[in-house]
Design a protein around this ligand. Structure first.
Ligand SMILES: [Zn+2]
Length: 205
């Protein structure tokens, strides 16, 4: 898609969005702020590439987890134990510095007669990861989206991630990870269920 077509597609979708040209100008300003010469050959196409990359890295704003999770669920005769999708990799960006957060999410739930397609859980993680985030918000957004869509007996989400804003700048603590959890329903009430989820989520780590 060339730039003009893309610009039209974007403005048709959301009038409040700046144009591609405005986004590219903003990238040039930041490059100059960093000390670069935006006219040098290697950087000529960079603003266009960055604007395009932003559309992909932040595509979660255009998606609604409720649509992905949908309203069609599989009936499972008799299966009433935990379903756990472990170590779903994600890339996000912190809302304070706009630098990457790289980690994994493990998502479990206790069905109440119905289950989700497993790929929908990974897609839900992606939708929230592809926005500016704090790890705490992202963890609870994933849990709440699944709780609301499926209405299971409970949802458990465990996220482990490295924040590049801690590794590359500020206190520069490479390799340290942050762990967050959110529990709803039965997982909130039953400590042994939480413990079982955490053991399953962390086994093999
Ligand atoms: Zn940060």
């Amino acid at each position: 898609m060339d730039a003009i077509v893309q610009k039209l597609a974007l403005s048709a979708k959301d009038n409040s969005r700046p144009t591609q040209e405005e986004a590219e100008d903003a990238v040039r300003v930041l490059l100059r702020w960093a000390g670069e010469d935006t006219s040098r050959e290697g950087l000529l196409d960079t603003p266009r590439r960055v604007a395009k990359a932003y559309r992909e890295l932040f595509s979660g704003y255009d998606q609604d987890a409720a649509d992905v999770l949908g309203r069609t669920f599989e009936e499972v005769a008799g299966y009433d134990d935990m379903v756990l999708v472990r170590n779903i990799p994600f890339h996000s960006h912190c809302e304070h510095h706009m630098v990457p957060i790289i980690g994994t999410a493990s998502v479990g739930y206790l069905p109440d007669g119905r289950v989700l397609g497993l790929s929908k859980i990974a897609r839900t993680v992606d939708i929230y990861a592809r926005r500016l985030q704090t790890q705490e918000s992202m963890t609870s957004q994933i849990a709440n989206a699944i709780q609301d869509a499926l209405d299971p007996k409970g949802v458990a989400v465990f996220v482990e991630a490295e924040h590049m804003c801690m590794s590359m700048r500020g206190i520069q603590k490479q390799g340290s990870t942050t762990l967050t959890t959110t529990f709803t329903g039965a997982f909130k009430e039953d400590a042994s269920l939480q413990a079982r989820f955490m053991t399953m989520a962390r086994s093999g780590k």
